[in-house]
Design a protein around this ligand. Structure first.
Ligand code: FAD
Length: 302
């Protein structure tokens, strides 16, 4: 196995291109290193064809990927190698995207959060990716680069299936771009941890909404750990738009959330329970987002 630690994005991209098929990006390593230790055959899947040893490309020395930049209009650029701990405690994220801060704080125990990166979280493409759901709710985008150019991919389109993203083997996720929140916008994340599986997320729901004239003007809802991969629940979100959080609205919202849950679990009992838990979490997150928005939303907190 070869280990490379490039010091510029250009160098990293050239290495990814040169070793495409056998290269593997190393960020925090909390997911990729256990795979490497336990199932080297799985890591070397691409190498069977190329016949070459796997090449680990460590991106932690890329300064651009380790920075958080707040733009003049309030948008934020989050480097892909920023750790979940750094991101969750960043003042701008705590002020303007409280739901995202909550989801990032759920990315495993403290030792894991201080290693695991936001880019690794997304590229791991796990069902339990709390931060992916929160980023989908706020309509964040991924900036992805390769030697042949760059593209902007909505987080909601990045993850295709468990363990699989739409990134090509020579592409690098460099940053996640959070759009400037509109006045009266707020987000919230509610989750329940599993009692087994080292406290991994059992069910999580992210809600971002904008209030106008005491009604919900726009809303996005995303689910974690109750669908095969984190996903938007667009029908559920549409139940809230134009409304207040009144009992009949919440009843329809609850039904749509339960219907959107496709947990990919063996037992129907677990699937039903997850759907029930997710619908309660969704109502809780919607109420918190409403309260935050009514309290001034992101504009009021700046
Ligand atoms: C005990 C435990 C409990 C956890 N609980 C939770 C939980 O409840 N909720 C939760 O959300 N997370 C949880 N996590 C964290 C999560 O499972 C991953 O371990 C972590 O998010 C991976 O981040 P990383 O930076 O370490 O990625 P790495 O292990 O370095 O990489 C992961 C994958 O992404 C690729 N990759 C990384 N960065 C990039 C990039 N910039 N461009 C392209 N590809 C890239 C790698 O090649 C690899 O395939 C838990 C982890 C542990 C160990």
């Amino acid at each position: 196995m070869e280990y490379l630690a490039p010091t510029s994005i250009g160098e990293a991209l050239r290495s990814l291109h040169q070793h495409r098929g056998s290269a593997r990006v190393l960020a925090g390593g909390t997911s990729v290193l256990p795979v490497l230790n336990n199932t080297s055959a799985a890591l070397a899947g691409g190498d069977k064809q190329s016949g070459s040893a796997p090449v680990l490309i460590d991106i932690k020395r890329l300064a651009e990927l380790r920075s958080v930049t707040v733009l003049a209009d309030g948008a934020l650029v989050l480097g892909a190698a920023v750790t979940c701990q750094e991101a969750s405690s960043h003042p701008a994220i705590q002020k303007s995207w409280q739901g995202l801060a909550e989801a990032l704080a759920a990315t495993g125990p403290a030792q894991i959060r201080s290693r695991a990166t936001i880019g690794g979280k997304l590229c791991q493409a796990a069902s339990t990716a709390d931060a992916a759901a929160a980023l989908m709710a706020i309509d964040a985008c991924c900036r992805v680069v390769s030697v042949s150019g760059e593209r902007l991919i909505p987080v909601s389109e990045l993850i295709l299936s468990p363990g699989r993203t739409c990134l090509r083997t020579d592409e690098l996720l460099v940053s996640i771009e959070l759009p400037a929140p509109r006045a009266g916008t707020a987000d919230a994340y509610a989750r329940v941890a599993s009692r087994s599986s080292l406290g991994k997320t059992y069910a999580g729901v992210a809600v971002a909404l904008t209030l106008k004239d005491d009604r919900i003007d726009s809303c996005r809802v995303a689910l974690a750990a109750v669908t095969l991969v984190p996903a938007l629940a667009e029908r559920a979100a549409s139940m809230l738009i134009g409304n207040r959080l009144e009992p009949d609205v919440l009843a329809r919202f609850r039904r749509q959330i339960a219907g959107a849950c496709r947990a990919g679990v063996d037992s129907q009992q677990t699937a039903d329970h997850k759907a029930h838990v997710a619908s309660e979490l969704a109502i809780s997150a919607a109420r918190v987002a409403w309260q935050r928005s009514a309290g001034g939303g992101s504009e009021g907190s700046r």
